[in-house]
Design a protein around this ligand. Structure first.
Ligand code: NAD
Ligand code: DAO
Ligand code: ZN
Length: 369
């Protein structure tokens, strides 16, 4: 079938809106009509060429929501008409990783997903007969996409697509990192570096968890007002701190953060995030994705003296199990998504969405089909 898609032809080039051919679902696959998709920094990471594993031409996008249109043979848990959120971290419930209950990093389709292909090793997208790669197993910058059954969370039908698409990445990544990865407890002091689409969800996750101090760190002072609305108790602009940021934060938290979160992708900030943690027990969670070839460093004594460095992918969430629950939280008014969606646009304007991301004007832009 013909579908309308934003195609990334080469690193650094704007996306182009084109009619692409999409083959129907094969064994274990599902055809989804995408109704809305968010634009995440990770899409830009790949579009820009910073992603060392980026493949082109590709249809990017991994923060979508839509409706099942058709199912391939062998699909048992979804049917036509179901409302779904595609998952770039699938949940097969059968692999060693899923069965371990120690991680959300299901490996069932990892190899082919990383190659921009469906689990059988081929692509469903072509443009003028040439292969176009899938992206993160989701490719939501198209009005129809094919996704493996194990990479779809079934959600309630009264949830608005143009809001809950954000649960497909940013919301779950931020809130999940607090609840699943750090396991923040009431009264904990938390420092959040980077108050963008991810960091603001870490802030609201920390508030849900009952944190005491929720300190937001950002070089963009315009982020302060929204972050306060989401639960930030203190704002720190590193450009306005006299002297080093780390001792400033350690002093502010009376010895250091119980938990810190890096939501930028800057390896120098990752070091600051670790070193502002409390001696003996403070844990720092890396969420940001750093550029190709970047490495983190600290003095090993920071770890010897009890600080812990961790990472979190998709908020440690098991998508098919946890995403429907987060949709419920939104529908019950427990979490705020609406105020984070600052811009809505048609697919034709998707490049403007990336411009808004660069200028710092948007938190989340959402494309509606
Ligand atoms: P964003 O651009 O919306 O937000 C980044 C924020 O960091 C901005 O507010 C910016 O002003 C601030 N910032 C930049 N440099 C800073 C500095 N030196 N000190 C303090 N603040 C600084 O990005 P986002 O969509 O929130 O994504 C953040 C990161 O999370 C990206 O690296 C993205 O790729 C990554 N990410 C990770 C996962 C995961 O599962 N681990 C999922 C989604 C996104
Ligand atoms: O299982 O080896 C693996 C990779 C899992 C991918 C997790 C990606 C999380 C970070 C990228 C940000 C996505 C928006
Ligand atoms: Zn699995």
């Amino acid at each position: 079938m013909d579908v309308r898609a934003a195609v990334a032809h080469k690193a650094g080039a704007p996306l182009t809106i084109e009619t692409v051919q999409l083959e129907g679902p094969r064994y274990g696959e599902v055809l989804v009509e995408i109704k809305a998709t968010g634009l995440c920094h990770t899409d830009e990471f790949t579009r820009s060429g910073d992603d060392p594993e980026g493949l082109f031409p590709a249809i990017l996008g991994h923060e979508g929501a839509g409706i099942v249109v058709d199912v391939g043979p062998g699909v048992t848990t979804l049917k036509k008409g179901d409302h779904v959120i595609p998952l770039y971290t699938p949940e097969c419930r059968q692999c060693k990783f899923c069965l371990s209950q120690k991680t959300n990093l299901c490996q069932a389709i990892r190899a082919t997903q990383g190659q921009g292909l469906m689990p059988d090793g081929s692509s469903r997208f072509t443009l003028n007969g040439e292969k176009v790669f899938h992206y993160m197993g989701t490719s939501t910058f198209a009005n129809y996409t094919v996704v493996p059954e194990i990479a779809l969370a079934k959600i309630r039908e009264d949830a608005p697509f143009d809001k809950v698409c954000y649960i497909g990445c940013g919301v779950t990544t931020g809130i999940g990192a607090v609840i699943n990865t750090a396991k923040v407890k009431p009264g904990d002091n938390v420092v959040v570096f980077g108050l963008g689409g991810i960091g603001l969800n870490v802030i609201q996750g920390a508030r849900l968890a009952g944190a005491n101090m929720i300190i937001g760190v950002d070089i963009n002072p315009a982020r302060r007002e929204l972050a306060e609305k989401f639960g930030m108790t203190h704002f720190v602009n590193p450009k306005e701190v006299e002297g080093d940021l780390v001792p400033y934060l350690v002093h502010l938290t009376d010895g250091g953060a119980d938990y810190s979160f890096e939501c930028i992708g800057n390896v120098d900030v990752m070091r600051q995030a670790l070193e502002c943690c409390h001696k003996g027990w403070g844990e720092s969670i890396i969420i940001g994705v750093a550029g190709a070839g970047k490495e983190i460093s600290t003095r090993p004594f920071q770890l010897v003296t009890g600080r812990v460095w961790k990472g979190s992918a998709f908020g440690g969430a098991r998508g098919r199990t946890d995403v429907p629950k987060i949709v419920d939280w939104y529908m019950e008014g427990k979490i705020n998504i609406d105020d984070l969606i600052t811009h809505v646009m048609p697919l034709e304007d998707i490049n403007k969405g990336f411009d808004l991301m660069h200028s710092g004007e948007s938190i989340r832009s959402v494309v509606v089909f």
